[in-house]
Design a protein around this ligand. Structure first.
Ligand code: NI
Length: 265
């Protein structure tokens, strides 16, 4: 064999493998799914985050929600164009919440700035799938891909490995539960539905949220400006009733168990 034959053969092999992997990926994924893109992450920041994770992220404050009136606000479907205004509102009142983010929205968040701020402000971040399908209607591999792609991009952007997820539309079954267990995610549903996606009226949303009971998980969507408009009033109402605003992990006083479903405390 001539000396140049081996490197040439190796090159041909690499080209073949690269093409076949690229072809398989595009054949597997429906066109609505935005492919994962490399995200630029400051390596110093990432190292800090990984260190803080080892120190026990999420940075849960300690509350005994069996003794005090706790409520968990949850915001789904972002990050979006109204999320920053919401984060400003929450931080001005020192309120923490849980954000169930959609992978595609994280991919569209330029530089991951909003996603990172959710974590930096001390909120809990959860997995709301990559493209928001009803998971119980998908084959297992598709459920796994929806969860995993979102896990990966959130970890790339924030350095945080999520512990909780919310199935879009609350669509779950034993198969979805098994996949979430595999991915180390607890399933968080809700017991107060503000129907803010349907009724885009801030006063209506605030009134429904204000009816929460101790231990409630309230469903909201930060993609609607009317929901963000409702936040000051709902914080006032629940605050006057003596509620403490906690993240979902804080509500239970520990990390919820992977695969299990939670609707309230
Ligand atoms: Ni949703």
């Amino acid at each position: 064999m001539r000396v140049w034959a081996l490197p040439l053969a190796l090159l041909a092999l690499v080209v073949c493998v690269t093409y076949s992997v690229a072809y398989r990926r595009s054949a597997e994924e429906p066109s609505v799914i935005v492919p994962l893109r490399p995200v630029s992450v400051d390596p110093v920041l990432l190292a800090k985050r990984l260190a803080s994770m080892q120190a026990g992220w999420p940075r849960s404050r300690k509350f005994d929600c069996s003794r005090i009136k706790c409520v968990a606000l949850t915001f789904d479907d972002g990050p979006g164009e109204h999320t920053v205004r919401l984060l400003d509102l929450l931080s001005s009142r020192d309120v923490r919440a849980t954000f169930f983010v959609i992978g595609q929205m994280v991919a569209a968040d330029k530089g991951g700035l909003i996603t990172r701020r959710i974590v930096d402000d001390g909120h809990e971040i959860g997995n709301h799938s990559w493209s928001h399908p009803p998971l119980a209607q998908l084959p297992h591999e598709a459920v796994r891909r929806e969860l995993k792609h979102t896990e990966d991009i959130v970890e790339q952007v924030t350095g945080v490995r999520m512990r909780v997820m919310r199935p879009p539309y609350g669509s779950t079954d034993d198969g979805v539960a098994a996949e979430t267990r595999r991915e180390g995610l607890a399933q968080i549903l809700w017991n107060v539905d503000t129907l803010d996606w349907r009724d885009r009226v801030a006063s209506t949303v605030a009134k429904r949220a204000g009816e929460a009971k101790p231990g409630s998980i309230i469903l909201l969507h930060d993609i609607h400006p009317s929901t963000v408009d409702a936040v000051p009033a709902l914080l006032d109402t629940l605050g006057r009733k003596g509620f403490t605003f906690v993240t979902v992990s804080e509500l239970y006083g520990k990390t919820p168990l992977p695969g299990r479903t939670y609707t309230s405390r």
